[in-house]
Design a binder for this molecule. Structure first.
Ligand code: ADP
Ligand code: MG
Length: 684
C-alpha cells in the first residue's frame, strides 16, 4: 500500500465516481489528499434538542424514534423522522429522498445539521446534511465540526469526497506519518507544523487555528518545492560551459561605433541592461537572463547589441518571436539597425524559409529571426552563440537539449513586456537573472486614455473618421475575448468577424481590415503589410493576435469589452499606439457599466506598466495576472506568490536546506522534486 496507489483501487467506489475523480486530475491517493477543500463550513455549534431555537443553524444528535414516508396530493414524497435525546424531540423533514427509508432506521444514532424552524409548538428541521453516528463522539465528518467543502464537478458530492479522504487518512496512516520530507530543524526554523498533521487538518481541522496552520504548511510546501527546483536548475546551469567564450574587450570600438550608428542614443536604463548582458556574455557559464521592460521601452535594440557581440565573436544568434508577423517585423527592424554593418540576417518562419538543410549555407547568416519553428524544426545549425526569446515562450529543457545536440550551448536572453511585480518574479523566475528597463525613451507623448460611455459611440466613430480623413491617422479596434481566457476561441473569431462587418457599414469611405488567429499566415502578412503602409485605415483584430506590432502611424486604439482584460494586458494593447510623433489615443468601451469603472479609470490615469500590474494584482489576484498561466503559476493551489514574507521565508529555507543538508539523504523530498520536474518538463 502506498500513497501512489491508483485511485481506481479505492474500495467500495463506483466506476463513475472514479471517472469523475480522474476528471478532477485526481489519479492517486496522494492526489486526493492534496485535493484541498476550497473552504470549511462551520457546523461546530451543537446543542441538546431541548435547547435549540428557531432560526439557529446547528448540529443536533439523537436517536431516531420513528421514520415514515408520506405521499402528498400532488405526488410528492415526504420523509419524516423524529429524533430524540434526553432533553427533547425534533421532527426531521426531507422531500423526495426515498433512499432514506432504506438508509435510516429506528434506533439509529443520527447527527443532522441545518436550520431549526418552529411550527406551532413543534420544532422541525429540514437537514442540510445528515450523518449516521457509528463511532465515538468527535468522529463525525459531515456535521458537528468544521466541515470541508470541495470544488467539485457534476455528479460527485462533497460527502463522497470527505468519506474517501477520511478512508485514506485512516487506512494509510503509516504512509502519511512518513510524509514529512523536511528535516526537523528546518520545520522549526520556518515555524511549521509537521506534514502528516497538515494533511489531516487541511481536510478535517479541529479548530480554525489548526486549519490556518495546515494551510501555512502546505502553502509553504508549494513554494519550497518550486524554489528548490529552481535552485537545482540554477545549480545545474552553473555547471555548463559555453562552446566559445566571448571576447568583448577587443571589440569595444566596434560596439561603440554600432551604438553611435543608431538613430537615437540609449536611455540610462538601456545602457545599464546592456552592461549587465555584456558582463554575462564574457563568462564561461552561459547567460540565463530575463529582461523585462514596458512596451516601447526599447528592448529590441538591447537584443541587437547582444547579437552584435555574438557576431563579432563569430557565432550566430537566433531571435524567436511568438508569431510570424512579429518575426517579420523584428527582421525588418534589425535589418535597418544593422544597415551600416556587415551583419547578415535571415528570416525563417513557416512561410519564409531562408534556412536550408545545408549547415554551411545556414552558417552564412549572423542573425536568424523566426518563430518557434526555428528550434522545433530540425534546422541544421551548429554555431549558435546566443538565443533571444521575445515574449510568451517557454524556452525549456527540451528546446535547450535540441540545441545541445547540435553542439551549441548558447547564452539565453528572454524578454517580456509583461510587467511582473518583483515578489512574483522572485517565485516564478528565481533561476533567472533579472534585468529591468524602467525608463522610456525621451519625448514620448502620453497616450490620452478615455473610458467612453456607450451613448457616445456614434460620436466616437465620427471623431475617428475625422482623424483618419484630416490627418491620415490609423486605428486599431480590438474585440473582446468572448470566452474568458487568454485563448482565442472560435467564438471570439466570430465576434471579431461580426464587428468587422458592422464597422465596414459605418466606415464606408475608409478601408477596414480584419485580423485574427484563424487567418492564414500568408494573408496575415499581407493584411499587416497593408496596414503598415497605410492602405488600410482601420484594423479590426482579436487581442491575442499581435503583441508588439509596430505601426508608428497608428494613433488610435479602440478596445471593446475592456473590462474583460487585465490592466497589464490593456497596457500592452495601448502600447501599440503612441509609437510615432503624433498624439495617440486609447478608447475603452465596456459592457458591464459601472462595475469595472474604478479599475479602468485607474488605467486611464496611469501609464506605468509596473504600477498597473501591481494594482491588478491587488484587485484581481495573481491568478488573473496576464501571462501567469504560461509561466506555470497555476500549479500553486494555496501559496500566495504576492506575499513577499512567504516567498522570502521559503527561499531562505531552500538556502538553508542546500547549505546544511544533502538532498540524497532525503529520498521522499527527492521523490517529490522529481515528480515536480517531470511535470514541468511535460509542459514545455
Ligand atoms: P519594446 O521594448 O516594446 O520591444 P521596441 O524595441 O520595439 O520596444 O522600441 C520601441 C520604439 O522605440 C522603436 O521604434 C525603437 O526604435 C525606439 N527606441 C528604442 N530605444 C530608443 C531610445 N533610446 N530613444 C528613442 N527611441 C528609442
Ligand atoms: Mg518588442
Amino acid at each position: 500500500m502506498s500513497l501512489d496507489t491508483p485511485i481506481d483501487q479505492l474500495p467500495r467506489t463506483s466506476v463513475r465516481t472514479i471517472q469523475r475523480l480522474k476528471a478532477l486530475e485526481i489519479h492517486t491517493y496522494y492526489d486526493l489528499l492534496h485535493y484541498y477543500p476550497t473552504r470549511h463550513d462551520d457546523r461546530s455549534l451543537s446543542s441538546p434538542i431541548g435547547t435549540v431555537q428557531a432560526g439557529e443553524k446547528v448540529t443536533i444528535t439523537g436517536t431516531i424514534q420513528s421514520i415514515k414516508n408520506n405521499f402528498t396530493k400532488r405526488g410528492f414524497k415526504i420523509q419524516k423522522a423524529t429524533l430524540a435525546d434526553d432533553t427533547g424531540t425534533i421532527e426531521l423533514v426531507w422531500y423526495n429522498q426515498m433512499y432514506l427509508m432504506r438508509t435510516l432506521q429506528e434506533g439509529m444514532q443520527l447527527a443532522v445539521y441545518g436550520e431549526v424552524e418552529e411550527l406551532g409548538k413543534v420544532k422541525q428541521m429540514k437537514p442540510q446534511e445528515y450523518e449516521i453516528v457509528t463511532g465515538n463522539e468527535g468522529t463525525c465528518i459531515h456535521t458537528g465540526r468544521l466541515v470541508p467543502i470541495y470544488d467539485l464537478t457534476y455528479g460527485i458530492s462533497a460527502k463522497t469526497v470527505r468519506e474517501k479522504v477520511l478512508w485514506i487518512l485512516t487506512s494509510h496512516i503509516d504512509e502519511i506519518e512518513k510524509s514529512e520530507y523536511l528535516p526537523h530543524d528546518l520545520i522549526n526554523y520556518a515555524g511549521l507544523i509537521p506534514e502528516p498533521k497538515a494533511l489531516q487538518s487541511i481536510h478535517f481541522p479541529k479548530t480554525q487555528d489548526d486549519l490556518t496552520q495546515a494551510h501555512n504548511r502546505l502553502a509553504f510546501d508549494e513554494l519550497f518545492i518550486r524554489l528548490l527546483a529552481s535552485a537545482k536548475v540554477k545549480e545545474q546551469w552553473n555547471t555548463q560551459v559555453v562552446v566559445k567564450k566571448f571576447d568583448v574587450g577587443s571589440f569595444i570600438k566596434d560596439i561603440k561605433a554600432f551604438k553611435s550608428s543608431l538613430p537615437f542614443s540609449l536611455t540610462d536604463a538601456q545602457e545599464r541592461v546592456v552592461a549587465e548582458i555584456t558582463n554575462d556574455l564574457q563568462k564561461t557559464i552561459p547567460m540565463n537572463r530575463f529582461l523585462q521592460g514596458d512596451v516601447g521601452s526599447g528592448k529590441t535594440v538591447v537584443a541587437a547589441i547582444a547579437a552584435y557581440i555574438a557576431k563579432l565573436n563569430d557565432t550566430q544568434t537566433l531571435i524567436m518571436a511568438p508569431t510570424e508577423i512579429l518575426a517579420q517585423q523584428h527582421f525588418q527592424t534589425l535589418t535597418q539597425l544593422f544597415d551600416k554593418t556587415d551583419v547578415t540576417l535571415a528570416l525563417h518562419t513557416r512561410s519564409h524559409r531562408s534556412l536550408t538543410n545545408s549547415t554551411s549555407k545556414n552558417a552564412e547568416f549572423d542573425i536568424i529571426v523566426g518563430t518557434q519553428a526555428l528550434i522545433t524544426k530540425a534546422v541544421t545549425m551548429n554555431n549558435v552563440g546566443l538565443v533571444v526569446i521575445d515574449e510568451q515562450h517557454r524556452f525549456g529543457v527540451k528546446q535547450r537539449a535540441m540545441l545541445k545536440e547540435k553542439g551549441c550551448n548558447p547564452h539565453l536572453l528572454t524578454m517580456t513586456a509583461t510587467p511582473i511585480p518583483r515578489t512574483v518574479a522572485l517565485t516564478l523566475y528565481s533561476e533567472l537573472d533579472l534585468s529591468t528597463i524602467d525608463e522610456m525613451p525621451k519625448g514620448r507623448k502620453t497616450i490620452k486614455t478615455y473610458v467612453i460611455n456607450q451613448a457616445k459611440r456614434k460620436d466616437c466613430y465620427t471623431w475617428i473618421q475625422k482623424q483618419i480623413q484630416k490627418q491620415g491617422d490609423q486605428a486599431y479596434v480590438v474585440c473582446p475575448l468572448i470566452d474568458e481566457s487568454d485563448v482565442e476561441t472560435m467564438k471570439t473569431v466570430k465576434a471579431a468577424a461580426k464587428e468587422f462587418e458592422d464597422l465596414t457599414k459605418i466606415f464606408k469611405t475608409e478601408s477596414v481590415a480584419l485580423l485574427h488567429g484563424k487567418v492564414k499566415a500568408k494573408d496575415k502578412e499581407t493584411i499587416m503589410g497593408k496596414f503598415k503602409n497605410n492602405t488600410h485605415d482601420i484594423l479590426v483584430a482579436t487581442s491575442v493576435v499581435e503583441v508588439g506590432v509596430d505601426v508608428p502611424n497608428a494613433t488610435i486604439m479602440l478596445i471593446e469589452g475592456a473590462e474583460r482584460f487585465g490592466l497589464a494586458q490593456l497596457h500592452q494593447l495601448r502600447g501599440r499606439v503612441g509609437r510615432g510623433d503624433k498624439q495617440s489615443y486609447c478608447l475603452l468601451f465596456t459592457s458591464d457599466g459601472k462595475n469595472s469603472h474604478s479599475r479602468l479609470s485607474f488605467f486611464a490615469r496611469n501609464h506605468n506598466g509596473m504600477k498597473l500590474a501591481e494594482f491588478d494584482l491587488k484587485i484581481r489576484g495573481a491568478g488573473n495576472m496576464y501571462g501567469t498561466e504560461q509561466h506555470g503559476y497555476t500549479d500553486l493551489k494555496l501559496a500566495d506568490i504576492t506575499n513577499a514574507a512567504d516567498v522570502h521565508k521559503a527561499q531562505a529555507s531552500v538556502d538553508l536546506f542546500l547549505r546544511k543538508y544533502t538532498l540524497e539523504n532525503y529520498p521522499y523530498l527527492q521523490h517529490i522534486l522529481e515528480q515536480y520536474q517531470t511535470h514541468q518538463i511535460s509542459k514545455d
